[in-house]
Design a protein around this ligand. Structure first.
Ligand SMILES: *[C@@H]1O[C@H](CO)[C@@H](O)[C@H](O)[C@H]1NC(C)=O
Ligand SMILES: *[C@@H]1O[C@H](CO)[C@@H](O)[C@H](O)[C@H]1NC(C)=O
Ligand SMILES: *[C@@H]1O[C@H](CO)[C@@H](O)[C@H](O)[C@H]1NC(C)=O
Ligand SMILES: *[C@@H]1O[C@H](CO)[C@@H](O)[C@H](O)[C@H]1NC(C)=O
Ligand SMILES: *[C@@H]1O[C@H](CO)[C@@H](O)[C@H](O)[C@H]1NC(C)=O
Ligand SMILES: [Zn+2]
Length: 950
């Protein structure tokens, strides 16, 4: 699922008031209705007589009714192919759908109002029917009102009251249009390169597939329903679709009949009891690749051409292995007995865990031996592992409300580390995945505009606010806190607690505290640091600590880590600390006060102290200068004494402490010096990511040339280490070294190492001249990009042509990325223009194109102008990402003002928080650059002069 940002502060306050006053009593209620009525735009349905709409007092459904079963009939008009012969001027495509639903529900309390969610649907008043199932008597409907405000309610006023504790059924029929965005029910297009002879009559090879994406609040655009996650029910779907297409749903197919020359009916059996957002179906001409046989039938559907070419074999194979791994780990078997996975040409997220019908972006699930990079397997395995984990965390056990979405996303992310490691043990990938999430979360959560992991339910109400919950905090910080918890209670207790939690709540919903309780009771040795006492300090407030250790006197204290040092915060945490002292063994202690306190353990004598061993904790560590110097010395002279993951983290901590002005920037930069002898990926990756910040801040200044010179010199050793393999278009054996090799080429070429530039020009030139691509698949992405950067229009046009003609999604992805690496502004501009045309660049990929262009110093300004000029179109994809991407380099007062104007003039929807974050980040950058520019320049001058001496 995609990411987001925040509720408008005013609105948030209003809701708190609403809820409090709702308890307050009648007087308050009256005022409250008045407040709510402002801005509410209620339209009674066309054929309504005497409308008497009662405004919905809140955005949440009342708990008076509980749905049990939806019997849904849907009729999709769309064709999978355009048959132009029918009528050339008006082709036969249609996006209309019609349908009806019988909702069987139970009454908890007596009421004469039925609240349902319903959006963009035309619900007809006749024939709608409400039946008391016990007595089989009808109840008259007085009016139906659809609210156009963010509640998205359809309110049905009845002539008489429904009795409590009875079963009723409500029949409604409706029609709607398929979405032109990639949500609700949408069409995905693709071309079939080899039409079979049977279809000669079709002059076009364009194909259409229909799919749904209902998470989090789009089920209401497909049929009226109780669209909240705790309103679980059973769904029984009957689908009418064109002959020649195939339908897949959540449940197994019950039967499929040809109704006429044109129409086919497919019926599915009842689903398990589940939340509305997990409902889904697809209609397509896709073909299935079977997984190896097993208890559950697993099929992976792709474009017929991709199936023929075997691109789904890898996914099909590992899905079985991962499923068995989870069944064993969680001790609950997957139900029902089928999983369909669909590789869609368009999808707004990399994957979506609809129950029994997982949808994916093609490039996250297809793998082609010899064309996809070996590292691409990592992505496929990670995405599948994430989506399958949702079966337990999300589908079976669901968060009660969207404020706790981290219970889904954090757990799916955390579980995927183990599953990927299980299915591809040779990759030794766990540390790399963990570092990625750790760094993302630490970065995101260091701004005051971040949010607590578990926010209050009342702070998340509208669809925009709900979407905003799908952010780095839910995914990555969630996963990191689970990892920290698993460590301090012990893996065994953690896993045991998770198992009892899943068993206790299967089919039901939970809140964060439920998880703490189960893990606490699984602990064998009780501890005063109870799970809930510790974890509350981490989940209920935003941010994380930096702990400061003085190894001279053992003094230690904590404070919140914020890039903006001028903000004071009184937050403090219960912090589990693993540390090592020079040659001694790793030891553990708790820091459970703000401090400062003295801890004998942290007096180091002549040795160094390293805290947060293996980065099990979600925090940073700062030391006194002497200890930093000793750690530097260790990295220079015997780096293996420090675990590899900490070598990466020392760089990340030092440079980020410098960004927050908590450590001298020149000391921090010294932590990149040992890299000239480093061959491991994690430290290098950490340095490159952090140096990126220096490039972003200084690549328009005189520091730029010196930074390039320094990095060129630093990376030479690493580049030469792989030179033989690289020149022979070969790759090292281990996965981690393959990562290092790619990084070496990227850093060497982008900083102008002559051997690297020659290598790239020769390899890419060879492809252009001879027409066969001999570049090793692993190296393609980076070589394509560097060839664009070094080349001109001829290279660009060649890559564009290859991008257009390739049918392999991973090859297309890397070519598309390469196109943004050119230094020619006019070519970047052309690329952005192309991205407005879905025939050239898919809507799915627009955010990624803008991101890539903005990353390029030559494209930054273009990208920012571009998203403002085309906001409505481009923000359909992943708008939060767009904002982050185009503002990355912002560091001036003028840019702050531009952002403020943007915030005033544009409809930001779910990007409100992202824009506020960008404003904060820009201000922080501005102050930091002013303060540190001269010292940074000086450091690079001295270090590069030093390099010349050698
Ligand atoms: C094509 O269809 C449109 C709309 O259905 C109709 O108005 C038009 O006459 C048709 N044209 C031909 C050539 O059949
Ligand atoms: C419900 O919709 C389906 C599909 O359009 C239709 O065949 C069926 O007759 C409808 N049922 C009722 C009771 O109108
Ligand atoms: C399928 O998985 C098994 C076990 O993980 C492995 O041995 C086999 O090579 C895989 N086959 C393919 C085609 O990936
Ligand atoms: C660490 O403690 C020593 C001894 O008390 C003191 O002189 C020094 O200033 C302290 N360093 C920091 C960074 O607080
Ligand atoms: C950084 O390293 C250089 C080279 O070893 C050294 O001269 C300098 O004193 C160091 N700077 C700091 C602040 O430690
Ligand atoms: Zn997810």
């Amino acid at each position: 699922m995609a990411k987001r940002s925040s509720l408008s502060k005013g609105l948030a306050v209003a809701f708190v008031v609403l809820t409090v006053s709702a308890i307050g009593g009648m007087v308050a209620m009256v005022t409250l209705f008045k407040i709510q009525m402002n801005g509410i735009n209620a339209t009674a349905l066309p054929d309504t007589t005497t409308p008497s709409p009662t405004p919905p007092p809140i955005m949440r459904l009342p708990k008076t009714l509980v749905p049990e079963l939806y019997e849904i009939s849907l009729h999709t008009d769309f064709y999978s192919r355009i048959i132009e012969e029918v009528n050339v001027t008006s082709p036969n495509q249609s996006t209309l759908f019609t349908g009806n639903v019988t909702i069987h529900f139970h009454t908890v309390q007596s009421t004469d109002l039925i609240y349902l969610h319903c959006k963009d649907l035309d619900v007809s008043h006749h024939p709608s029917r409400l039946l008391n199932k016990e007595y089989n008597i009808g109840i008259k409907i007085k009016s139906m009102t659809q609210y156009q405000n963010q509640s998205e309610f359809l309110v049905i006023q009845l002539e008489e009251k429904l009795q409590a504790k009875m079963n009723y059924s409500l029949f409604l029929s409706f029609k709607g249009q398929m979405s032109t965005y990639l949500e609700s029910l949408f069409v995905s297009t693709y071309t079939e390169a080899y039409p079979s002879r049977d279809f000669e009559e079709y002059s076009d090879t364009l194909r259409y597939a229909a799919a749904t994406h209902l998470k989090p609040t789009q089920a209401r655009t497909l049929f009226p329903c109780f669209d909240e996650p705790q309103m679980k029910a059973v769904f029984k779907l009957t689908l009418f679709h064109r002959v020649g297409t195939f339908a897949q749903g959540n449940a197994e197919m019950e039967g499929s009949d040809i109704m006429s020359e044109e129409w086919k009916q497919t019926r599915f059996v009842s689903t398990e009891k589940m939340s509305t957002y997990l409902f889904g179906f697809t209609v397509s001409e896709f073909k299935a690749t079977d997984s190896p046989k097993g208890r559950v039938s697993i099929k992976t559907y792709t474009r017929p051409e991709a199936k023929e070419a075997g691109h789904a074999i890898y996914a099909a194979n590992i899905t079985r292995t991962i499923l068995l791994f989870y069944e064993d780990r969680f001790e609950i078997n997957y139900q029902p007995l089928k999983i369909d996975q669909i590789a869609l040409p368009d999808l707004v997220t990399t994957g979506m865990e609809n129950w029994g019908l997982i949808t994916y972006q093609e490039a996250s699930v297809l793998y082609q031996e010899g064309v996809s990079s070996l590292l691409h397997k990592e992505k496929v395995a990670t995405v599948i592992a994430h989506e399958l984990a949702h079966h337990w965390f999300g589908n079976l056990v669901t968060m009660s409300w969207w404020n706790d979405v981290w219970l889904n996303e954090g757990f799916a992310t955390y579980s995927s580390y183990f599953a990927v490691d299980h299915v591809e043990p040779d990759f030794k990938i766990k540390d790399i995945l963990i570092m990625r999430d750790l760094h993302e979360a630490l970065k995101e959560d260091a701004l005051i505009t971040s949010r607590p992991l578990a926010v209050l339910p009342d702070d998340v109400q509208t669809p925009s606010e709900i979407k905003e919950m799908f952010d780095t905090v839910s995914y990555s910080k969630g996963a990191m806190l689970l990892r920290m918890l698993a460590d301090f209670v012990g893996e065994t207790a953690f896993n045991q607690g998770v198992k009892t939690y899943l068993k206790a709540f299967r089919g039901a919903t939970t809140e964060t505290t439920d998880l703490w309780q189960h893990i606490e009771s699984a602990r064998l040795v009780k501890n005063t640091f109870t799970v809930s006492k510790v974890m509350k300090t981490w989940t209920e407030k935003q941010g994380y600590p930096v702990i400061n250790i003085n190894t001279t006197n053992g003094e230690i204290f904590q404070k919140q880590f914020l890039f903006n040092g001028s903000i004071t915060s009184s937050h403090w945490w219960y912090i589990p600390i693993w540390f090592m002292k020079g040659s001694l063994e790793t030891a553990f202690l708790w820091l459970a006060v703000p401090g400062p306190v003295k801890k004998e353990e942290f007096i180091s004598g002549k040795d160094w102290i390293l805290a947060n061993v293996d980065c099990l904790g979600f925090y940073r560590v700062n030391y006194n200068l002497e200890n930093w110097q000793r750690l530097l010395w260790q990295l220079e002279y015997k780096p293996d004494r420090i675990p590899v993951i900490n070598r990466g983290q020392l760089i990340d901590d030092a440079l980020n402490l410098a960004r927050a002005n908590l450590l001298d920037v020149t000391v921090a930069l010294n932590f990149t010096f040992f890299l000239r002898n480093e061959r491991e990926f994690i430290p290098w990756d950490s340095a490159v990511k952090n140096m990126e910040y220096f490039f972003l801040m200084f690549d328009r200044s005189q520091v730029y040339g010196l930074m390039q010179e320094y990095l060129r010199s630093q990376v030479t050793g690493l580049y030469e280490f792989f030179a033989n393999e690289t020149n022979a278009s070969d790759v090292p054996k281990t996965h981690s070294l393959q990562h290092s090799q790619i990084l070496a080429i990227k850093v060497a070429c982008s900083n102008g190492l002559p051997e690297c530039l020659e290598m790239v020009e020769s390899k890419f030139g060879d492809w252009m001249n001879n027409g066969t691509n001999k570049i090793h698949v692993n190296l393609r992405s980076t070589i394509y990009c560097q060839a664009m950067a070094a080349g001109g229009q001829a290279e660009w046009d060649f890559a564009w042509e290859k991008f257009q003609s390739s049918t392999d999604s991973s090859e297309r992805d890397q070519l598309r990325h390469a196109l943004s690496c050119t230094r020619q502004t006019w070519l970047l501009n052309r690329l952005l223009e192309y991205s407005l045309n879905p025939d050239k660049i898919r809507l799915t990929d627009v955010a990624s194109v803008v991101n890539d262009v903005a990353e390029n110093p030559a494209g930054q300004a273009l990208a920012w102008n571009f998203i403002r000029a085309h906001w409505d179109y481009v923000s359909q994809g992943d708008p939060v990402w767009l904002i982050e991407a185009v503002t990355r380099r912002f560091s001036t007062k003028f840019e702050v003002e531009e952002l403020q104007r943007f915030a005033e003039q544009y409809d930001l929807g779910p990007t409100v928080r992202a824009v506020h974050k960008a404003i904060e980040q820009t201000q922080v950058n501005m102050n930091w650059v002013n303060k540190n520019k001269d010292r940074v320049l000086q450091w690079f001058k001295v270090i590069t002069a030093h390099l010349d001496d050698k």
